[in-house]
Every structure is written in C-alpha cells, then in structure tokens.
Write a protein that binds this ligand. Structure first.
Ligand code: AMP
Length: 433
C-alpha cells in the first residue's frame, strides 16, 4: 500500500501554491522530473520505506493532471557500473501503484528516445538508474590505484566531456525540467544541476523541493524569535560547519549527543570514556567564544546516562556530565539535562533539530532523543515552527508517532546539513540561476 497518510498538509500550503509549477501549462508537454527514489530495499528487493516515493507524488500527479506526461529519473544506491541489484525496475510496480497509472520502464536511461517520444498525456516512464553511467556524477571510474596525476586528470576530462552528451540526451526527451530531489540537491550532478541549462524558461522546483527550501528559509531567514537549534550526533568534526554557521544566527544552541563531550572536555570537565575529539577542542572553544560574544546561549548536557560498554544491556549510571567516572562512557542525556533543554525548547518560537542526543540505535539509550521528539511536538502544538532533519531525529519523531505533530520533516540528510551550513545547494542554484 502506498502510505499517503504520511503526506503532510504543509506540502500543500497556500504560499507553495503560488509557485511556478502551479502556473505552468503542462498541456501536451513532456516533463523530465528528477526525483529521489533511492529507497531502502530488502534482500528480496522489496521496498522497506516508501517515504521518498510518496513525497514525490504531488509533483508527478500535478503534471499528469495538467495534461502532461512524465519522464521520471533517479539514482538508486551507489553502483559503479550496470548492476541488477541497483535496478529501478524493482520499484516500478510500486511507483505505478502510487501514481495510479501503469509506469513504463526504460532499461537504459540513454536509450529512451522512442519510449519518451511515444508518451501520451497522462502517461509515465521511469528511466533506469542514472548512476549506471559515470557521467551522472561526472567522476571517472575504474582508475588504477597507482594512476598518475596526469592519468587522473585525463580521465576526469574525458568523463566531463562525455557528460555533456549524457545531459543533452536526457534533456532531449522533454519540454520542461522539474527538480523534486531534495535528497540529492547538494550534489552538482548531471540530472540535479547541469540539465537545467537546457530549459532556461521551463525549469522549476517540484512541491517537495519547494517545501524543503521554504522550511529551511523559515528557520534561517524568516525565523520568529527566539530561535533554537538542537544539534546532536556523534562527532563535532562532521557538523563543525553547521555549528559555526548557526552560532551566528540562533538565540539558543543546544549541543547534545557524542559531540557534546568535546565541548565539556574543552571546558575542563572529566568525561571518562565518552566519545570526543581532542583535535577539535580549539574549534569547540572558538564556538563557545563566538556564542558569548554574540549573546547566544549555549546549552550543553549537565547530566549524563553512562554505560560501561557500547552495548544495549551494559550497566547504566547517571553522572554530572562534567564529572563522569573513569571506565564510564556518556551515552544519553539524563533527566536534569532533558528538563533544562525542555524549558529552552518550550520558550522558543522556532526550533531546528538535527542529530540524536544519545545512542539512539540502542533502545536503552534512546530515551533522551525520544524526549526531544516529544518536546518538539509540544512546542509545535503551542505554536512554534519546528523543523526536523537527519536520519535518527526523523526516526525518533516517526517512532513516537509525531511526524505530523512537528511543522516539517526533511527528507534530505546531507542536503539539509549543507543548507544549514549556509551553502547554496547546486540543485537549488540551477533552478534559481
Ligand atoms: P550523526 O550521523 O552525526 O547525526 O550521528 C548519529 C550517531 O551519533 C548515532 O549513530 C548515535 O549513536 C551517535 N551518538 C549519539 N550520541 C552518542 C554518544 N553519546 N556516544 C556515541 N555516539 C553517539
């Protein structure tokens, strides 16, 4: 079954209805639509989570309802050559079911001329995995490990040269281009960025892309204050640019999860065996100094649930976070921390959350992260705007049944992070530019 219950109202909000896709006349037109159908499959090639397919439906249905036809393109996994494991044919039946029309399949995305030309209004064609071709990513493949710099340079030039033909072929199938693949918007690939040049007056965002961009703008550009960011996850190094950008924008910065212990250590705390990165201590101190200078409140963990091993059933003990005993490892936020953070969350008008505040994949250390999900749902109910992104944070709100009790759940992990780093995403720039 196609799970439309997960579709959120805000995909259809009024301001989104003002966008270009709604004004565009699709009558008799062929739209090539980049979607992110990179869905998880089990060993029988069955889809285990169809969220990405479902979330692209409003855009695809809009074109069909408007008298057009769609040529759908996506990647699946990271194949480095043609590999049946990563074939999009595994999902074609489900896409048909969701779209409500039988979807045809083109077994080679570069040889779909005839099928594309034959499409009639209301019909749909799914192209085989774009990443079967190196040209999609524009990176050379199969280079020997000991290749010289010159060989590498030549291989790169060759793939860039053939990339032009690759893009041109995809563009030749259609009259207009829609990008609805937020999950890959941070990649400057053929189908996410380069193809837009072929449609200077006929390129547009799909509803999902538009919703994601607006959600990020609601936080970074048009936020109601106080604005709070909750950043968790494993390492400071993977979210350093995010923290550095946010510290100049938010009123409150909650730093949780594994990355918090580097900050605690930087301030002289004893963190036992907790995850930390000594080489990032200067960056942590710089972030804290910038926050102080700008009047931003930083909230670190004050009390921690620790374990003796990175296992679900390891004995647990609660410590003050700046005084964790030797042999113990901080693995979740404890009640005093959660209480303090909850006060900040409930007094905020806009909240961004990315990253778990504990080892979420171990159920005995998931409580803190689930509590944050609950706090966000409560804040949303009280009128705050809440944006949630990142695998574990999204899983936490979903697990709690709160996916429709927060304002927006992002579908793009890496893309969202790059956007909150303050970078312009190539997939967005290609449409806006
Ligand atoms: P990220 O991909 O950066 O959002 O990080 C997610 C990972 O952070 C998850 O796999 C969590 O298990 C991990 N994590 C969160 N808190 C901790 C912690 N206190 N110690 C170790 N890993 C953690």
């Amino acid at each position: 079954m196609c799970n439309f219950a997960d579709l959120k109202d805000n995909i259809y909000t009024n301001d989104i209805m003002q966008q270009f896709i709604d004004k565009y006349d699709f009558t008799g037109k062929k739209a090539i639509v980049r979607v992110d159908f990179n869905v998880p499959l089990n060993e029988n090639f069955e889809i285990t989570d169809d969220t990405r397919i479902v979330r692209a439906m409003p855009t695809l249905k809009k074109v069909l309802a408007g008298g057009g036809s769609v040529i759908i393109m996506s990647h699946l996994g990271r194949p480095k050559k043609v590999d049946p494991k990563f074939s999009l044919k595994h999902i074609v039946n489900h896409v048909s079911e969701c779209l409500g029309v039988p979807v045809q399949f083109a077994e080679d995305c570069q040889k779909a001329d005839e099928q594309a030309a034959a499409l009639k209004p209301g019909e749909a064609l799914l192209l085989e995995n774009l990443r079967y071709y190196a040209e999609e990513e524009g990176k050379p493949r199969g280079l020997a490990e000991d290749a010289s710099d010159e060989e590498k340079k030549a291989a790169k030039a060759a793939v860039k040269a053939s990339q032009k033909e690759f893009v041109k072929k995809l563009a030749s199938y259609a009259d207009c281009y829609i990008n609805d693949a937020f999950g890959t918007a941070h990649r400057a690939h053929a189908s996410t960025a380069l193809i837009a040049d072929y449609f200077p007056n006929d390129k547009m965002f799909g509803y999902l892309m538009e919703g994601e961009i607006k959600a990020i703008d609601n936080v970074l550009k048009n936020a109601q204050r106080p604005l709070t960011a909750i950043i968790g996850g494993s390492k400071v190094s993977s979210k350093l640019a995010v923290l550095k950008n946010l510290v100049g924008k938010v009123d409150n910065l909650i730093i949780g999860g594994g990355m918090g212990y580097t900050f605690i250590k930087a301030q002289g705390g004893k963190i036992g065996l907790s995850l930390h990165e000594d080489e990032l201590i200067p960056d942590a101190l710089e972030i804290l100094a910038t926050a102080k200078e700008k009047g931003v409140n930083v909230y670190l963990s004050i009390q921690t649930v620790a374990g003796q091993a990175f296992e679900n059933d390891t004995p647990q003990r609660i410590f003050d976070t700046n005084n964790i005993a030797e042999g113990w490892e901080g693995m979740d936020a404890a009640p005093k921390t959660l209480e303090a953070w909850k006060k900040v969350i409930l007094s905020s008008k806009t909240i961004l959350w990315n990253g778990p505040v504990g080892v979420f994949e171990l159920p005995n250390f998931a409580k803190g992260t689930l509590q944050i999900a609950e706090d966000l749902a409560e804040a949303t109910k009280n009128g705050a705007y809440t944006l949630v992104g990142g695998g574990d944070s999204v899983a936490a709100v979903t697990q709690m049944g709160y996916a429709d009790k927060v304002s927006y759940v992002s579908t793009g992990g890496g893309a969202m992070l790059e956007a909150i780093e303050g970078k312009e995403l190539p997939g967005v720039a290609a449409i806006r530019g």
